[in-house]
Design a binder for this molecule. Structure first.
Ligand code: UDP
Length: 336
């Protein structure tokens, strides 16, 4: 297959490029390098089956020749990133998705949309099945990302209905692993970098909110299975092993052997209180399930961060004191 991967130089995108090339596919990687990094795909540039195109996919996706599949992953994804780039995030979810869908339509290609558990918002139903419609504040700070992805899902469904494009939607839950940027502001990266730097771990709120963390290799196996299937989805891809943020902090301290303390910061507005995927649909339709236990995945991620010590130290200024500005941080009581 020849596969176009938008956002192919990002954290997930670059691992997807690796997996596709490893099984013999050709890859066109389109990325504007706003949150992706060329260093993520450096090792692929010499491969004749790999083409890198630097472009903002919300404007144009210049691809020579036809493709058999389009995997649309391009978007800022960490909350600080999409808060910093609100209009770009909405543009890539809307125009970027339509540009990618047009290529799939013109080429008769399979189209994979990387959607998100954020479409469930701050869920009133727990755990989350795909049939749940979600609880999103349409004008809240997170709506930039949530509504862009919800629109992307609607557009994908419309292209399937209107043009018969072979589309598949996956909803990606929190994923972590090597190639995450130490300063991206997400909880796993922040805690590991803070622990390795001997800085306090910044727990937002009382740390009772939950997330379910999926290791990147598991996630990418799910993306490839979805590309290869003709399932329309949406299908949740994530690891149902649910932890509180406070538990994650303890786990990171134990794995790194760090003596950093935990420091509480205000809980950002509309921060989802809990999140856990139901993955029965992925099991039934894709034969997929996560394999890597959180402890193992975290160990591998810590090893990666240790091997990129300079970046971890350089991230210090960026992650100290939290990343969300006053407009997005709620005034929720901070525990002593
Ligand atoms: N979080 C935290 N400290 C941090 C970064 C995040 O306590 O330094 C919390 C955040 O408030 C949220 C959870 O960790 O409840 C996951 O945040 P992340 O930004 O990783 O992902 P998302 O909120 O998009 O799931």
């Amino acid at each position: 297959m020849r596969v176009l991967v938008t956002g192919g130089a990002g954290f997930l995108g670059s691992h997807l490029c690796d997996a596709l090339l490893a099984r013999g596919d050709s890859v066109v990687c389109a990325d504007d390098l706003s949150t992706g990094r060329l260093s993520n795909v450096d090792h692929l540039l010499a491969d004749t089956r790999f083409t890198f195109v630097r472009t903002d996919v919300s404007r144009t996706i210049p691809v020579d020749g036809r493709v058999d599949a389009v995997a649309h992953l391009a978007s800022p994804a960490s909350p600080p990133d999409y808060h910093r780039r609100p209009l770009e995030t909405m543009a890539v979810g809307s125009s970027g998705t339509e540009n990618a869908l047009r290529i799939a339509h013109a080429d008769g290609a399979r189209f994979l949309l990387a959607s998100t558990s954020e479409v469930y918002g701050d869920p009133l139903v727990h755990p989350q099945e795909e049939s749940y419609w979600g609880n999103v504040n349409p004008i809240g700070p997170r709506s930039i990302y949530d509504e862009a992805k919800r629109y992307a899902e609607a557009l994908t469904a419309a292209y399937r209905r209107t043009h018969g494009v072979d589309t598949g939607i996956v909803r990606i839950f929190n994923t972590y692993g090597p190639r995450m940027r130490p300063h991206d502001g997400r909880v796993v990266t922040s805690f590991i970098a803070q622990a390795l730097n001997g800085d306090p771990l910044t727990v937002y709120g009382d740390g009772s909110q939950t997330r379910s963390f999926c290791y990147v290799d598991d996630l990418v196996r799910g993306l490839v299975a979805m590309l290869d299937s003709d399932a329309a989805g949406p299908i949740n891809i994530g690891n149902p092993s649910e932890r509180t943020v406070a538990e994650l902090a303890e786990l990171v301290l134990a794995i790194t052997g760090s003596t950093s303390r935990v420091e509480h910061h205000p809980l950002p507005q509309d921060d989802p209180a809990r999140r856990r995927p139901v993955v029965e649909r992925a099991r039934a339709l894709l034969g997929w399930e996560p394999r890597v236990p959180t402890e193992d995945g975290l160990r591998r991620t810590v090893d990666y961060f240790r091997a990129h010590r300079d970046e971890v130290v350089a991230a210090r200024g960026a992650i100290a004191g939290g990343q969300l500005d006053g407009a997005t941080a709620a005034t929720a009581a901070v525990p002593a």
